[in-house]
Design a binder for this molecule. Structure first.
Ligand code: AMP
Ligand code: FE
Ligand code: FE
Ligand code: ZN
Length: 284
């Protein structure tokens, strides 16, 4: 059984539509794929409707979380699976973060304009096409101006990685874990040691999150070295957390392929027997 628990679609910053993502899962020989768009469940319905025979969809999201108790604050990504998408307090928090992303995109465009780079908000919105707006959509504009060659280059410090990187208002991470649990879902801390995105998530914070109801942690991820993976597994064992592996597929916005990393079927079975907010669906 091949299980990939982290993939993005055009509902956020991936380039495959939710339907195309499920087709890609079938073509890649995956048995299970999770749709985890940033701060939204907008792709769930289309992905469910398009499911190829024999492919199981785990409906999820990747929440923009933050620990505000340290200075500087610690940004992190929290994968949430099989939660009730109608749970009002969670729906409200996701909507608030998406609005913050809109404001950040507008402010980033203003910053670029002030430096003589003539990108526009409507253009960025066009690349987001109604999905959760993110820096990869700003990257598309920089590529079209010939300022960078690839999305990866657009994330260098001179561009969206630092100079044109603005803060957004993320969900307090302890609130996020509690809301997902209240909504019947399970949470997995995404790529905790992906230092290329900023700071790694401190082990002490992961321990506190485990005590607060975090279910698992992503160890096998393209942004983790072999040492990062081993260390994440050891920490998970100490804290009683489950370990997942996944691709974090973004279509052509990233080079990693769907199914590049996978999750142990026993961990997946544990997940689906724990979650009560939504069930996995299998195409017939
Ligand atoms: P945002 O969520 O808007 O802050 O943008 C960050 C997103 O851009 C992440 O979720 C990544 O999936 C994506 N991304 C694509 N390429 C890179 C890169 N080279 N470094 C960091 N993030 C990247
Ligand atoms: Fe992303
Ligand atoms: Fe992420
Ligand atoms: Zn992701």
């Amino acid at each position: 059984m091949r299980i990939d628990l982290h993939a993005h679609s055009t509902a956020s910053d991936g380039t495959d539509s939710p339907a195309a993502l499920t087709a890609e899962a079938a073509a890649t020989g995956l048995d299970v794929v999770a749709l985890t768009d940033h701060d939204t469940t907008a792709g769930w319905e289309a992905a469910t409707a398009a499911l190829p025979a024999g492919v199981t969809l785990v409906r999820g999201a990747e929440l923009s979380g933050r620990w505000y108790g340290d200075e500087p604050t610690v940004g992190l990504h929290l994968l949430a699976y099989l939660f009730d998408p109608g749970h009002a307090p969670l729906v409200a928090e996701l909507a608030r973060v998406r609005r913050s992303r809109e404001h950040r995109a507008e402010n980033t465009v203003a910053l670029l304009n002030a430096d003589g780079i003539d990108v526009t908000v409507p253009e960025i919105r066009r690349y987001a096409a109604g999905g959760t707006i993110g820096r990869p959509h700003l990257a598309q504009a920089l590529i079209r101006r010939g300022l960078v060659a690839t999305v990866d280059e657009a994330f260098k410090p001179e561009w969206l990685g630092r100079r044109y990187r603005l803060a957004k208002t993320d969900i307090d991470v302890f609130t996020a874990v509690r809301l997902v649990n209240d909504a019947g879902g399970v949470t997995v801390l995404a790529h905790p040691r992906a230092s290329g995105r900023g700071h790694i998530v401190p082990d002490t914070l992961i321990a506190e999150l485990a005590a607060a109801g975090l279910w698992g942690v992503e160890a096998d991820h393209t942004d983790h070295s072999a040492a990062d993976r081993a260390r994440t597994r050891l920490l998970a064992r100490d804290l009683g957390l489950r370990v997942t592996g996944s691709s974090d597929y973004h279509g052509t916005n990233k080079t990693v392929r769907l199914g590049a990393f996978t999750t142990d079927p026993l961990v997946y079975q544990d997940m689906i027997s724990t979650a009560t907010g939504a069930a996995p669906v299998t195409g017939s």
